[in-house]
Design a binder for this molecule. Structure first.
Ligand SMILES: Nc1nc2c(c(=O)[nH]1)N[C@H]1C(S)=C(S)[C@@H](COP(=O)(O)O)O[C@H]1N2
Ligand SMILES: [Mo]
Length: 251
């Protein structure tokens, strides 16, 4: 009983915990009575949570854009593959989309620039205690995933980056609610110009409902997976694996 109450109070904070919690609750027969008692409340909480996850992050006007948007984390990757791509203007660079998809893809930068795009002026919040408002233009991730044809067993989208920090590859991951959120884009431009190396050239993720460390820069490969456990440290991201940051960094 106590365990169930604890789990239920956890449900309020996070959509992914909600799903994990529901799986466990429904498979444990001794919890069924409690479930039916709380079912009505739980359903409306669930509806509220889903609606909350789909809400848009605030967008700003051009006048509100920060005069300086600092760079953070990797700002000039020295990793051999990346250096070579940067040296020839990313002409041979390809974005790979693979994993649990019907049609793996390899997209050039011109193809991504020519694809339908969304432009948004949003606030970036870093856990280190700074924020900046900038304008991002890029391809909605959901559009690419629909084209690739996500398999029904795909649960997470993983972003493999070109850089390493302290010898470990940077990567990040999000669930499908965020992947198909309308403001989740693969940005090739910032403030009306091609993305600079400092800000993640040639392509970076903007997942506007989450904190700065989820905004993967230098994205090389997008992989659809059923579980995050087999990847790197198993917690779904560089900071999650190495510094115990939360996987779901919702704001
Ligand atoms: N590949 C990669 N992505 C990354 C990082 C990084 O070091 N490598 N740092 C993260 C952190 S902590 C922040 S705050 C933002 C910084 O983005 P900016 O350099 O455009 O300000 O990128 C995030 N994405
Ligand atoms: Mo950050």
């Amino acid at each position: 009983m106590t365990a169930i109450v604890t789990r239920r109070s956890l449900l309020i904070g996070s959509g992914s915990l909600l799903l994990a919690g529901c799986d466990k609750l429904t498979t444990a027969p001794q919890t069924l009575d409690v479930l039916s008692l709380g079912e009505k409340a739980s359903r409306s909480a669930q509806r509220w949570l889903v609606a909350d996850r789909q809400a848009l992050a605030p967008e700003f006007t051009r006048a509100e854009m920060s005069p300086v948007f600092r760079v953070n984390g990797s700002t000039n990757p020295r990793d051999a593959g990346y250096v070579a791509h940067a040296a020839n203007g990313f002409a041979d660079w390809r974005l790979l989309i693979d994993g649990l998809v019907a049609t793996p893809m390899a997209l050039t930068l011109p193809q991504l620039r020519a694809a339908p795009s969304r432009t948004q002026i949003t606030r970036h919040d870093c856990v280190e205690g700074w924020s900046a408002i900038g304008q991002w233009t890029g391809v909605p991730l959901g559009l690419l995933l629909r084209r690739a044809g996500l398999s029904s067993n795909a649960r997470y989208i993983v972003f493999h980056c070109a850089d390493t920090l302290l010898g470990k590859p940077y990567y990040e991951s999000i669930d499908l609610v965020d992947a198909f959120h309308p403001q989740t884009i693969l940005a090739h431009s910032m403030n009306g110009a091609p993305l600079s190396i400092g800000h993640g050239a040639p392509l970076r993720l903007r997942v506007e409902r989450q904190l700065g460390y989820k905004q993967a820069k230098y994205v090389m490969r997008i992989e659809a997976v059923a579980s995050l456990a087999p990847l790197h440290g198993g917690k779904g991201g560089f900071w999650e694996d190495n510094h115990n940051y939360q996987w779901y960094a919702g704001i």
